[in-house]
Each structure stands twice: as structure tokens, then as C-alpha cells.
Design a protein around this ligand. Structure first.
Ligand SMILES: *[C@@H]1O[C@H](CO)[C@@H](O)[C@H](O)[C@H]1NC(C)=O
Ligand SMILES: *[C@@H]1O[C@H](CO)[C@@H](O)[C@H](O)[C@H]1NC(C)=O
Ligand SMILES: *[C@@H]1O[C@H](CO)[C@@H](O)[C@H](O)[C@H]1NC(C)=O
Ligand SMILES: *[C@@H]1O[C@H](CO)[C@@H](O)[C@H](O)[C@H]1NC(C)=O
Length: 401
């Protein structure tokens, strides 16, 4: 968890370019793939800037909304969710919005409510579509992991939910990790920020972990082959200095078959003052990042700060392009497989504003299209809303930084 007091300066406003809409052929090329009946997205892909998905009503609590996450289903439709600071009671939930037109327009289809703890589903949702059967769940099931936290923030519980009807209804699946109060300071013991990914026949849930008394925060994961029974925690990143806070893991598969694990490293000595630059580790097996070498992400003296998202696109040459977003405005990209002996990272300003753990996703229909979703910045922000842009990776590569 990013120490919330440190990033108030990130509330940068973008210079808004005029909206550019570029129709393009393609549509959804993934029908008939065995994920159940169609009904998905068939519209053409377009680029657009900062379309509003949700502007919270006046009775929402600050920061209103935060921390967006998306998934694209195999029929082309997109789902989105975010931290939703609705007035309590009733207990907070994760909203599910759906887009059938590649992100241009969105409608609410369901609310995921806490079915087991009586606390609400409060922080850090993550969405994932299963691409093979596992345990009692079939390919095409949507998983949501999120942090269930009571109104007084006295406990944290990463829970797993599933939907077998494209996000209309949800059922509790399993408790993953339980921790102490939802307070991101070193003397506390919460768990934070789940990320779901399948590797072979194993589902992995990565998260940030403050439970070891010898470490302010570490990164862990748990494994399951049936989604019901989960392993004990397995360490991914742990630094010897107590006050170091590696956090907010996000993973991408590279074309080499290796996995790239990106995280913030609170307290690293690269900055004179305590800060949260991003690092990555690359491993053949995504269950074993613990001994992989950590590399800093920087484009000269421009650093992505806190809460990464990472994707790989085949666009951009023989190694394609790795794209990293953070809580700051620029998008960072690398065209040599993130090998620091071959090339450096570059940066450009996308049309989406800086946003806390801004979400990026390639559209499956054409990996030259990059969705960027923001839901505003950390407190004291009072005007957060959820917006989305779609840009072309090829335009990222030619942008002036
Ligand atoms: C909050 O405001 C919305 C929109 O006006 C309204 O629909 C909702 O009932 C209100 N919720 C509460 C708890 O007052
Ligand atoms: C989980 O593990 C328990 C104990 O080993 C076993 O009885 C149960 O069948 C497992 N659940 C599933 C879904 O395999
Ligand atoms: C990491 O390195 C330690 C020390 O050499 C070793 O004991 C451990 O088995 C390694 N872990 C993995 C997953 O490779
Ligand atoms: C949406 O959020 C941004 C950033 O917080 C803010 O500048 C803008 O005014 C908001 N828009 C609306 C319509 O509230």
C-alpha cells in the first residue's frame, strides 16, 4: 500500500487534446471460442479521450472513487470496477460496469456485495476471466479478488468471488488472506492489493503483505489448483530494511514466455527522500520472483511513481513494446524486452489524467489499441470520477516525450 500522504503532488491536470475518433476495421475476432454463448462486442475499435463512465453523486464520501480495474471477456465485452465510496449504510460494494463497444459507452450491470464478513467490499478490486476450467469453475468464469474491510477499517480480508454469467451475479468462493487494520503505516499488519493470474494449472493471487513484524511491507502470493483450497503465503519480494515497502504487484507475460513482475519499492535508496519508484523482476516461473534481480524503471530523470500496471503489446518491432502506467501522468514504454543492457525506457503523456494506480489494458481484438482508465487521485481529492481513453500503441511510440 502506498503511503497516502506521499502522493498529493500527483494531482496533475492534463492538457486535453481535442477528441480524435479513428474508426478501424476488426471488431471482435473471438467468436466461437468455446466461452459460452455470444452476445459480446462487435463494434469497430476507435480511439477516444476521457469518456466519463461514472461521476459520483453528491452523497459519496471522499475520495468518492479510486483504483479502477478492467477485464475484457473472450466475446469482446469489457467490464470495469473500482473502489466506490458510497454513503454507509448500506455497506460498500464493488460496482460492475459493462461496455459492449470497446469502451466508448458503459452501463452498470451489477454490484458485488460482501456475502460473508458483514464488512463490505471496500478496497482494491481486481477482475480476471478464467481461460481454462479449474475446480468447480469452468472456462469463462469471471473472478474478482478484493479487500473486504469493515467501516472502522479495523481488519483486512482479501476474498475471492466468481461470476458464471458474465458479471450479472456473484458468489463467494474463498478467503485468501486475512490481516490487521487497513492503515498503510509500518506498525500495522494489513494485506492489500490482490492481482490474479493463472500459470499452467495453478491460479496465483499476488498481494502486498504487512504481517511479518520484521518488515514494514513485503510482497507475497498464494496458489491454488481448485480455487477453493489455497496454499500458505509464498514470498515474492522482501527487503532487509524494515522501513522498505515493496508494494502493489502487477504481472505480464512476455513473448519470451517469461513473466515480468512490476511493483513499487517504497524506501529504495534511488531517491534521497522516501519515495515509491517502480521496479521489475523477470522470471521463467511466476511462482518464483523472490531471487530475481530488481531493475529500476526510469526514462532519464523521469520516474513512474507508485502503483504500477504493465502490459506487453506485439506492436513496435521484433520485441514488441512493454507499457507501464503508474499513479503519475506519463506512460512508460520499453522496446527491447526490458533488457537494461540493450535499451532504456521512454515516456510520453497519454490523454488520461494522472490517477492513483491508473489501469491499462490492451484490447484483445487489436493489440495496437490501449485502454487507459483512471478514477482520480488520493485524498484530499473531492472531485474524482471514472474516465477512460483508448489510444494507439503506435501513436505512443512516435509521441514526443
Ligand atoms: C445518494 O444519492 C443518490 C443519488 O441522488 C441516491 O440515489 C441515493 O439513494 C443516495 N444514497 C443515500 C444513502 O442517501
Ligand atoms: C480442499 O482440501 C480438502 C482437504 O484436503 C479436501 O477435502 C477438499 O476436497 C478440497 N477441495 C477441493 C475443491 O478440492
Ligand atoms: C532463493 O535463494 C535462496 C538462497 O540462495 C534459496 O535458498 C532459495 O531456494 C531460492 N528460492 C527460489 C525460489 O529459487
Ligand atoms: C472528474 O475528475 C477530475 C479529476 O479529479 C476533475 O478535475 C473533474 O472536474 C471531474 N469532472 C467532473 C465532471 O466532476
Amino acid at each position: 500500500m502506498f503511503l497516502k500522504t506521499c502522493i498529493l503532488s500527483l494531482n496533475a491536470l492534463s492538457g486535453l487534446a481535442s477528441a480524435l475518433v479513428t474508426p478501424r476495421g476488426g471488431g471482435s475476432g473471438r467468436h466461437g471460442s468455446g466461452y459460452g454463448n455470444g452476445g459480446g462486442s462487435t463494434t469497430k475499435l476507435t480511439t477516444f479521450e476521457q469518456n466519463m463512465i461514472f461521476d459520483p453523486p453528491d452523497n459519496y464520501t471522499d475520495p468518492q472513487v479510486l483504483y479502477p480495474r478492467t477485464v475484457q471477456l473472450h466475446d469482446g465485452r469489457l467490464l470495469a470496477t473500482w473502489e466506490n465510496y458510497s454513503p454507509e449504510p448500506p455497506l460498500v460494494w464493488f460496482p460492475i460496469y459493462e461496455s459492449m463497444d470497446h469502451g466508448v459507452t458503459w452501463t452498470e450491470i451489477s454490484k458485488i456485495t460482501d456475502q460473508v464478513n458483514g464488512w463490505g467490499l471496500r478496497y482494491q478490486p481486481f477482475l480476471y476471466e478464467m481461460d481454462q476450467d479449474m475446480g468447480p469453475y469452468k472456462k469463462g468464469t469471471i473472478l474478482l479478488a478484493g479487500n473486504s474491510i469493515p467501516t472502522d477499517l479495523s481488519e483486512t480480508q482479501i476474498d475471492l468471488y466468481a461470476s458464471v454469467d458474465k458479471g450479472r451475479t456473484w458468489e463467494f468462493v474463498a478467503h485468501i488472506a486475512a490481516g490487521g487494520a487497513a492503515i498503510p503505516t509500518n506498525d500495522q499488519t494489513p494485506v492489500w492489493e490482490p492481482f490474479i493470474m493463472r500459470y499452467k494449472d495453478t491460479m496465483i493471487i499476488y498481494y502486498a503483505d504487512q504481517r511479518d513484524p520484521d518488515h514494514g511491507q513485503e510482497l507475497s502470493h498464494q496458489e491454488s489448483t481448485d480455487l477453493i483450497n489455497w496454499s500458505d503465503r509464498i514470498l515474492d519480494v522482501s527487503e532487509p530494511t524494515y522501513t522498505d515497502r515493496p508494494g502493489m504487484p502487477f504481472v505480464a507475460l512476455l513473448p519470451t514466455g517469461q513473466y515480468m513482475y512490476v511493483y513499487e519499492w517504497g524506501g529504495t535508496t534511488v531517491f534521497e527522500n522516501y519515495g515509491f519508484p517502480l521496479y521489475y523482476r523477470i522470471a521463467d516461473d511466476p511462482r518464483h520472483f523472490i531471487n530475481a534481480t530488481a531493475h529500476l524503471i526510469n526514462a532519464g530523470d523521469s520516474y513512474p511513481i507508485s502503483s504500477p500496471n504493465v502490459v506487453w503489446s506485439p506492436v513496435g518491432g521484433k520485441d514488441g513494446t512493454i507499457l507501464v502506467s503508474s499513479s503519475s501522468k506519463p506512460l512508460y514504454f520499453n522496446r527491447c524486452g526490458a533488457d537494461p543492457t540493450i535499451c532504456s525506457w521512454e515516456a510520453m503523456d497519454p490523454p488520461e489524467d494522472a490517477a492513483y494506480t491508473r489501469n491499462i489494458r490492451l484490447l484483445e481484438d487489436d493489440p495496437n489499441y490501449l485502454l487507459i482508465m483512471g478514477a482520480g487521485v488520493l485524498p484530499p481529492s473531492t472531485t474524482n470520477n471514472v474516465t477512460v481513453s483508448v489510444i494507439k500503441v503506435s501513436d505512443v511510440l512516435t509521441a514526443e516525450s
